[in-house]
Write a protein that binds this ligand. Structure first.
Ligand SMILES: CC(C)(COP(=O)(O)OP(=O)(O)OC[C@H]1O[C@@H](n2cnc3c(N)ncnc32)[C@H](O)[C@@H]1OP(=O)(O)O)[C@@H](O)C(=O)NCCC(=O)NCCS
Length: 244
């Protein structure tokens, strides 16, 4: 991780994507996020964000992601300080401070938000809102930062202008190897995708995630997206396990 002139963290992708950086979110990202989440090439592939997505939704979500990023950075600084002070025990961070994917113009250095990548503890609800999954969620939430048993989950999207260039696989690789392994002690990372979204499955596979299976028709798509009530999607599940 490097820091910019405002002492804000940056993960920079390696070649051939050295113009792509991952940073904390900014309130001014709202316009680009609303535009991405209003495009069917994006929102039809996402289970999470509401649709339609407008300024109100951004204003509700931004403080949550800003706090997550801010808290993670504070923890990272404390962990680094303790390490430099010769702290015996390694301290772990409970989340990632960088989630906003930006394309930096090589000439004027202007940054354009082109996507989001989120890391959360898996809540198991997409599989089914069963008592057993609620229990698994509680167990996962209760684990201490750095516990190798934490089941992490990745969620991500990219602006259609940047699809098909290998940016998301490289972003995931950098986040896992530059942050999640060294600072969060991640051992288990999962992801899910709608079965029709072959590109997303490939993104996971390019990072060594293994296909676990598909649960048919387990997710009801909102009527606001499909125009009909009760349309269901099958969801595929992928899992990455850190090699010893
Ligand atoms: C899915 C997504 C993350 C892929 O990221 P990316 O940076 O474009 O990934 P890649 O460039 O490696 O492309 C992955 C594969 O999907 C294919 N692909 C990418 N964009 C595509 C598109 N719009 N239509 C059809 N295929 C596409 C690519 O050809 C590639 O296959 P290949 O490796 O055989 O060439 C990105 O397209 C996206 O954000 N889509 C909308 C939101 C979404 O689906 N999020 C994931 C939810 S789980």
């Amino acid at each position: 991780m490097e820091f910019d002139s405002n002492n804000s963290p940056i993960i920079r992708l390696p070649a051939p994507h050295t113009n792509i950086i991952i940073t904390p979110p900014r309130y001014s990202d709202g316009e680009a996020v609303i535009s991405m989440l209003s495009d069917p090439r994006v929102y039809m592939n996402l289970a999470g964000p509401p649709y339609p997505y407008a300024q109100k939704e951004w204003d509700e979500w931004f403080p949550i992601i800003q706090k997550g990023s801010h808290d993670a950075l504070l923890e990272w600084r404390e962990a680094e300080k303790s390490r430099k002070d010769g702290g015996y025990e390694k301290r772990w961070v409970k989340g990632a401070p960088v989630i906003a994917i930006r394309d930096v113009d090589p000439v004027n250095r202007e940054q354009k938000l082109i996507g989001i990548i989120g890391v959360t503890r898996m809540d198991f609800m997409i599989k089914a809102a069963s008592d057993e999954n609620k229990r698994r969620q509680e167990v996962n939430e209760a684990l201490d930062a750095g516990d190798p048993g934490i089941v992490w989950e990745l969620g991500f999207y990219l602006a259609p202008s940047h699809h098909g260039r290998g940016i998301m696989p490289a972003t995931i690789r950098a986040l896992i190897h530059d942050f999640m392994i060294p600072y969060m002690n991640a051992h288990i990372i999962t992801g899910s995708y709608f079965q029709h979204n072959a590109g997303s499955r490939k993104v996971f596979e390019k990072n060594g995630f293994v296909f676990e299976g598909v649960i048919p028709d387990c997710f009801e798509l909102p009527e606001s997206k499909t125009g009909v009530k009760g349309k269901k999607a099958s969801v595929g599940f992928m899992r990455w396990t850190r090699s010893p």
